[in-house]
Ligand binder design. Structure first.
Ligand code: NOJ
Length: 555
């Protein structure tokens, strides 16, 4: 298995297009990130995750790579990336890159070579081509589901895509090989093996330049038809285990984090964590009020972090327990938000409500990941234009969470010197929009709270990812004990909530807003939150949430 440093990590996700533009072209760049490294360090985060910054035609914001070994010129050069990694390292920060493992851009030379070939490559095709269009053996309704695209030629037939048409799926083979469908290579055929080697080569290239690991885009999209018979994607995960074994031998300090949860097979796990994505029910049931639209596979629900207080932690806790019951030490990464959905502050959620959400996210037993701008409470902005494939369908707009970082009150909120019309996306037009400069001066700002929570987490191992997490009340107020020594309570609703529980008697406040304790009664004002030490206790290790107790919520 991989290294242990991820246990203590606090991750910060940067969408490079929108973070800081150093050269005034309206698009963020690596120099912009380097220039802001002191700010990043001031948050207390220790791991950066950069969305893809490789050469790309940007049909899907860089998730369509045309050269994995070259930084996109608009972001800078490979030397700039090396400098960024060094500047981060000087401040104790590791850098993760985003590896798009399952597909490339149609402009990638590998695809262009096969597009211009007469037929199959004798050394094995790196993509999946068919001459007769087969009936789909899976549903293609969900965005990101592979389907066949007519070849623009000269090669005849169709190629398999993973996401947009311009993102052809790399050929990692098929679970089922059928004589009548000759494009179904076995996983050990020449084409799939070339691609596994290509992934290792790309990873080695960037690891040799000092990065600490990868977030793997669509990690479970590799082998097609792999889930036939509900076997938990055994062939795809076998590829990742092969890569993990190679990393352990060659780059042992490297972490790999998948997009989503790793499917369970009867084999050891390959990745260093599961990732409760924003679009997964576990996360959505807590935070999503559908400000970015409703994805086809999501049912509308009132999230738990909602002023009306009609939500539940049940879906989240079930997902959490499912991970922890079989693998108690397994890490789960949980973000405030990400580049694919809405932000923490979206729809009706006001800045006042963010304290409870951030307190939960930074004290729960997961590995926290802060999406750039959420530390100051930037808004998800509806009705943003469709830039670089941000709008997947009419009810799903990702542009609203990708708008430029709001640094200060200078033009373009300090993001860029370009004309406003040349910006990657518009700045939040609200004159009262939050900025780093303002919030750095305010002790009660969302930014100050985020920093305090991170430093509290770092100073108290009981609040870290490997200490135990025990829920004492799953409703309003949500209350849990970390490491058997620290009590956390959050009340995401606007009404006061009261909990009577003997275990809280004598708790001493570390960071509190709107919470009081009298003997065994905890009173939490609307949107209140608090972190306390308990009078005595023993250090616990992580495990499933256990012993749910009844509380007495009151309005
Ligand atoms: C998931 C990424 O997070 C998303 O932004 C991208 O569009 C798809 N994968 C396709 O690569």
């Amino acid at each position: 298995m991989g290294p242990t440093w991820l246990d203590d990590a606090v991750i910060y996700e940067i969408y490079p297009q929108s973070f800081a533009d150093s050269d005034g072209d309206g698009v963020g760049d690596l120099r912009g990130v380097i220039n802001r490294m002191d700010y990043i360090a001031s948050l207390g985060v220790d791991t950066l995750w950069l969305n893809p910054c490789f050469a790309s035609p940007f049909v899907d914001a860089g998730y369509d790579v045309s050269d994995y070994l070259q930084i996109a010129p608009r972001y800078g050069s490979n030397d700039d990336m090396v400098e960024l990694v060094e500047e981060a390292k000087r401040r104790g920060i590791r850098v993760l890159l985003d590896l798009v493992a399952g597909h490339t851009s149609i402009e990638h030379p590998w695809f262009q070579r096969e597009l211009h070939a007469e037929g199959r490559d004798p050394q094995g095709d790196q993509y999946v081509w068919c001459e007769e269009l087969p009936a789909p053996s899976w549903s293609t309704d969900i965005p990101g589901t592979p389907s066949w695209v007519l070849s623009p030629g000269p090669r005849r037939g169709w190629y398999l895509k993973n996401f947009y048409d311009e993102q052809p799926a790399l050929n990692f083979g098929w679970a089922e090989t059928v004589e009548s469908e000759p494009w179904r290579d076995a996983v050990d055929a020449a084409g799939p093996r070339r691609n596994v080697q290509a992934l290792k080569d790309i990873m080695a290239f960037w690891l040799d330049r000092g990065i600490a690991g990868f977030r793997i885009d669509m990690a479970f999209s590799l082998v097609k038809d792999d889930s036939v018979g509900n076997r938990g994607l055994p062939l795809t995960t076998a590829i990742w285990r092969e890569i993990r074994t190679w990393l352990d031998a060659t780059y042992p300090d490297t972490v790999i984090i998948p997009e989503g949860n790793e499917p369970r097979t009867d084999q050891p796990l390959a990745f260093d964590a599961d990732f409760f994505l924003v679009i997964m029910e576990e996360h959505a049931s807590l935070f999503d009020n559908h400000a970015a639209g409703i994805l086809p596979f999501q049912t509308p629900k009132r999230p738990f972090f909602d002023a009306d207080g009609l939500g539940s932690t049940r879906t989240f806790l079930d997902g959490w327990n499912a991970v922890k019951s079989s693998h108690p030490d397994r890490l789960v990464v949980m973000s405030t938000a990400d580049h694919d959905f809405d932000r923490l502050r979206c729809g009706p959620r006001t800045p006042e409500q963010l304290g409870a959400a951030l307190t939960f996210l930074l004290t729960w037993g997961s590995v926290p990941c802060i999406y750039y701008g959420d530390e100051i409470g930037m808004r998800y902005l509806p009705n943003m234009p469709n830039v670089e494939g941000a709008i997947c369908n009419p009810t799903y707009n990702r542009a609203g969470c990708r708008t430029p970082m709001q640094w200060n009150d200078s033009p373009n909120a300090g993001f860029s010197g370009a004309a406003p019309s040349d910006l990657y996306l518009p700045i939040d037009p609200d004159p009262g929009r939050p900025t780093v400069a303002t919030q750095e001066k305010e002790p009660d700002s969302t930014l100050s709270l985020t920093k305090s929570l991170i430093s509290l987490r770092k100073a108290n191992p009981a609040l870290g990812a490997q200490a135990s997490t025990r829920v004492i009340y799953p409703g309003y107020p949500f209350a849990y004990i970390r490491g058997e020594t620290h009590l956390v309570v959050v009340n995401p609703r606007r009404d006061r909530a009261i909990l009577m529980e003997n275990e809280i008697a004598g708790a001493r406040p570390l960071l509190v807003n709107g919470v009081s304790i009298l003997n065994n009664t905890l009173t939490v004002e609307g949107f209140g939150y608090g972190v306390f030490t308990l009078p005595s206790g023993s250090d616990g290790r992580a495990g499933p949430v256990s012993k749910l107790r009844t509380g007495t919520p009151a309005r």
